[in-house]
Design a protein around this ligand. Structure first.
Ligand SMILES: [Ca+2]
Ligand SMILES: [Ca+2]
Ligand SMILES: [Ca+2]
Ligand SMILES: [Ca+2]
Length: 483
C-alpha cells in the first residue's frame, strides 16, 4: 500500500487520505509507521477538542443557569427573611401597644420613638415602623391611632366635607369637584338609598361610567373603596406620598418632571387617607376597665355607688334630679348640672355614659387627632382648636380621659363636642419594613390591628397588605446616612 498523497489514492488508513502531516511525523519519528499514525491521533484530538469545547460551552450554560437559579433562590430566601423581619416588627408593636393599654395618661410612646422603632436590629437585618404625621408632613417612627381619624361610616356629611376641604386647600391642585360635591358623593356611596343628595351621585352617575357599576349603598370596609367614589383618584386619596414611605421623596416634589405629578412646594401634602378611617371603635368602659354607668338607665343608689368616691351626696342628688327631669342626651350635659364644677365633671366624665352599647363607633380621640380632624367636629369656637392643640402638646398627664378638654373648652363647646370625643385608641395602623443588611432586600407590610377584644380574642387584623411593590422606604441617601 503506497503512502497516499491524495484523496483518490486513499487507503484504509486515514493517513493516506491527504490528512497526513509530514511535519508532525518528522517531529515524532518514533510514531512513524505505527498502527495508528499521528495524523489519526491529530484528528481524534481535534474531535476531542471539539467535544471539550461543546462540553465546556454546555457546562458554562448550565452553570450560568444554575447560577441564575441560585441567585433567584437566594433572593427569594432573602425576601422571605425580610418579610419575616417586617412581620416581627409589626408583632413587636402589637405587644408594645397591648402592654401600654388604650389610654396612656401622657404622650404615648408608640407615637414617636425612633430609638424603639427605627432600624431595630432583628435576626439577619432590621425593621422600621413608620408613618407620616399630617401635622408637619414628617416621618415618625411608631404607629398611628385610627381613632385620631374621622370614621367615614359614622361622620356626618358636614364633617366629611370639612376634611375634604382641608385636603383640597392644601393640595394646590385643581380638582374637577369641590369639597361639597365630594362629601355628597362619599355619603351617597355609603347610604342605603338611591336618591342622590344635592351635588351627590347615585346609580344614575355610576351607570354612565365605562364599565358601569353600582354604588355600594353600604358601609365602607376599606379606604381604597373611596377610589370608586365619583371623582376620587389616588392623588386625592393618598396625597403626595405616592410610595407611602412616610416622607416627601425627590420625585414627589419636582412637579411633573417625574411621576407622580406634584406641586413642588417642598411640603408633603396629605390625602384623604391621612384623616379618614373605617376601623375606629371604642369600648364603652372606663379607663380602669369598669363598666360605665348609664346616666339615663340608673337609680340614685347606683349613682351613689359608682360616683360616691368622687362627688358629694348633694352633687349626686343634682345628677339624679336631672336624670328624672328629662335625662341626658349626651354626657356633655353634665356641665349643666347645678352645683357641679369643672373638677367634678373631670372626675366622673370617664365613668358615665348615655349609651347602652358595648362598643361606640367612630369617636375621635381628642388626645391624638390632628387639627384637620378636630376642625371637622361641630361646636368649636374661634381659636379653640389652636388652644387645644397647644395645651395637649405640653401635657405630660391627664390625657387618658376627655376631662382635660374642660380646661380649654367652654361649657357650650364641651356640651356639643363631648359626644364625639374619646381619649382611647384600640385600633392602630402599623406600617413596617424589614430589611436585610444595606437595605437592598426588603419587604413592606401595612396592617390595621384591633386590640379592643384583646382579652377574649387577642389582636385581630382588620387589614393586612404587602406594600413591597411601592419600593424602598429609605432612599439611598438615607441608607448611607444610617451606615
Ligand atoms: Ca346611596
Ligand atoms: Ca414618599
Ligand atoms: Ca413629581
Ligand atoms: Ca407638595
Amino acid at each position: 500500500m503506497s503512502r497516499g498523497r491524495g484523496p483518490l489514492e486513499c487507503g484504509f488508513r486515514i493517513a493516506d487520505c491527504g490528512f497526513f502531516n509530514p511535519k508532525s511525523a518528522i517531529r515524532n519519528p518514533q510514531w512513524k509507521g505505527a498502527a495508528v499514525p499521528l495524523p489519526l491521533k491529530g484528528s481524534v484530538l481535534l474531535l476531542v477538542s471539539w467535544i471539550l469545547v461543546l462540553l465546556t460551552a454546555l457546562a458554562a450554560t448550565l452553570a450560568r443557569s444554575a447560577g441564575v437559579d441560585f441567585e433567584a433562590a437566594a433572593r427569594q430566601e432573602g425576601e422571605v427573611r425580610a418579610g419575616a423581619i417586617a412581620r416581627s416588627g409589626a408583632d413587636r408593636m402589637i405587644a408594645f401597644l397591648a402592654t401600654a393599654g388604650p389610654a396612656p395618661t401622657g404622650q404615648p410612646a408608640w407615637r414617636d420613638a425612633a430609638d424603639e422603632f427605627e432600624s431595630v436590629e432583628f435576626g439577619a437585618g432590621s425593621y422600621t415602623l413608620y408613618y407620616v404625621d399630617p401635622a408637619d408632613g414628617a416621618r415618625r417612627y411608631g404607629a398611628r391611632e385610627e381613632s385620631s381619624k374621622l370614621n367615614l361610616n359614622v361622620a356626618s356629611q358636614g364633617m366629611i366635607e370639612a376634611v375634604v376641604d382641608a385636603v383640597l386647600s392644601r393640595a394646590r391642585t385643581s380638582y374637577y369637584y369641590d369639597a361639597v360635591e365630594y362629601a355628597a358623593a362619599i355619603v351617597d356611596y355609603r347610604d342605603s338609598d338611591s336618591t342622590p343628595l344635592e351635588d351627590g351621585a347615585e346609580i344614575e352617575y355610576y351607570a354612565t361610567l365605562m364599565p358601569p357599576y353600582e354604588p355600594k349603598n353600604a358601609a365602607y370596609e376599606s379606604l381604597a373603596e373611596l377610589l370608586l367614589v365619583r371623582g376620587i383618584d389616588e392623588r386625592l386619596l393618598w396625597g403626595e406620598d405616592t410610595n407611602r414611605n412616610g416622607r416627601l421623596d425627590a420625585s414627589e416634589d419636582d412637579g411633573g418632571a417625574r411621576f407622580p405629578e406634584d406641586d413642588a412646594d417642598g411640603e408633603l401634602d396629605p390625602g384623604l387617607a391621612d384623616f379618614f378611617t373605617v376601623y375606629s371603635y371604642d369600648v364603652n368602659e372606663s379607663a380602669a376597665g369598669a363598666t360605665r354607668i348609664d346616666l339615663n338607665q340608673t337609680s340614685r343608689e347606683a349613682l351613689q355607688e359608682a360616683l360616691g368616691a368622687y362627688l358629694s351626696s348633694d352633687k349626686i342628688d343634682a345628677i339624679d334630679r336631672q336624670r328624672r327631669r328629662g335625662g341626658f342626651q349626651t354626657i356633655g350635659q353634665l356641665v349643666d348640672v347645678q352645683g357641679l364644677g369643672m373638677e367634678d365633671v373631670q372626675a366622673v366624665i370617664d365613668l358615665v355614659t348615655t349609651s347602652s352599647e358595648e362598643y361606640l363607633y367612630g369617636l375621635v380621640n381628642v388626645s391624638a387627632a390632628p387639627r384637620e380632624v378636630l376642625d371637622a367636629l361641630p361646636g368649636f369656637g374661634e381659636g379653640t382648636v389652636d388652644r387645644l392643640l397647644e395645651d395637649r402638646a405640653a401635657r405630660t398627664e391627664g390625657l387618658d380621659t376627655i376631662g382635660w378638654t374642660l380646661e380649654i373648652l367652654n361649657k357650650d363647646e364641651f356640651r356639643s363636642l363631648a359626644a364625639f370625643f374619646t381619649a382611647r385608641s384600640y385600633q392602630f395602623e402599623i406600617a413596617a419594613v424589614g430589611e436585610l443588611a444595606h437595605g437592598a432586600t426588603y419587604r413592606r407590610v401595612r396592617a390595621v390591628v384591633d386590640l379592643a377584644r384583646l382579652d377574649s380574642e387577642g389582636p385581630r387584623f382588620l387589614h393586612l397588605a404587602d406594600e413591597t411593590y411601592l419600593g424602598p422606604v429609605f432612599s439611598s441617601a438615607e441608607r448611607e446616612a444610617r451606615e
